[in-house]
Design a protein around this ligand. Sequence first.
Ligand SMILES: [Cu+2]
Length: 457
Amino acid sequence: MTVSRRQVLLGAAGLSGLGALGAGVGQWLARPALNPDYDYRLTAAPLEIELVPGFKTPALGYGGQAPGQLLRAKQGERIRVRFTNGLDQATTIHWHGIRLPIEMDGVPFVSQLPMLPGETFDYDFVVPDAGSYWYHPHKASGEQLGRGLVGPLIVDEAQPTGFVHERVLVLKNWHVDEQGAFTDFSVPREAARGGTPGRLTTVNGLHLPVIDLPAGEIVRVRLLNLDNTVTYRLALPGLSAMVYALDGNPVAPQPFKEYWLGPGMRIDLAVKAPNTPLKAPLKDGLFRLAEFAVTERSTAMVQADWPKALPSNPVAEPDLQNAERIAFNFEWVGGLSKPKAEGGALNFWQINGVAWDGNDRSCLTRPAARLRLGRSYIFEMRNLSQYQHPIHIHGMTFKVLSSNRKKITPYFTDTYLLGRNESAKVALVADNPGLWMFHCHVIDHMETGLMTAIEVA
Ligand SMILES: [Cu+2]
């Protein structure tokens, strides 16, 4: 698949404009190819943040924040984001979990040309599904996501739900040292194993913050793992909570105990705050990520009933009887790296025997699978490695059917955390034409081979 003529023309207009106008960001508003209206004006730019008290960290932010500005849209409606690249390097935005047209998917040379410094692009699409989503670059991902270019995108249900209160919690580790300076986002010996973890945990950019809860109320707590590497083992001892959605998609409400939230994954909980003061930790295994606090008393009774289940998203139900089966093997292959002088990336990982090389655009001509538009497919995913991989698909949502490691109540998602040596089956209707990335969301696994493309035509 090639970049469409329209995209090339837009890109060419951008380049000539850059020459004529200089790199002044505001001047790009006059570019005729842009729409007159937009809902958000978003810029990616360097900014300094204080992760370690008393020290500055040279982060990258969206909308003057790292992690980035919260964007909201309403289910079934358009969202229009006028995005300007204020970085000194090329970037794009990918809208993780959103079923959108390929032109808006933010993959360089598939959806659009990489946006050069100073360029502006209108992202404009309808959001068919409600839930907790997010956005990030699909270019130089280790560094750009690692330095803070990750942000939440919340799609509100078309109709009111039983929830009144909400907290959005963005989980991210940072690769920083004791002085707040960045350390390597990817170290080869770690990339070949579980991925390179950061050393400082944050929630909404703060280390061990206190999250207030309104006394006697039920709160929708949206937890988003926007980290490059870390899988959080989430637990909420001391508070009564129910699971309402996984990766944006509603599930039958069920008690929350512990959940492994891999990179890119989200979970929506209903948390019941007592009507007397209380402090309770949000935990990651043995560690604390944040503290929930009820500081006031409520004379009212605690809201007694859990809200009813969230309405399902309009995702097509796969026809399992007539589905074609496709095997995907995710493997570790040791070091197959070409010397840097040859422009080769490190390759530690393969999907069906092929390591994706982000520097080699010809990979785009060799998708791992070609699906027929409208047909149902079952992906038989096998993890042949000792490390877990959050497997993410662009442009579509799949239904998790079964696993050889645990009991699955089938549910829809865009990311499945494939455990070590686990085999799992997922199914989808190939209902969105395009060339869609299919990859592990541990960023340094993705950047050392664990990615492919799936064509739907
Ligand atoms: Cu992985």
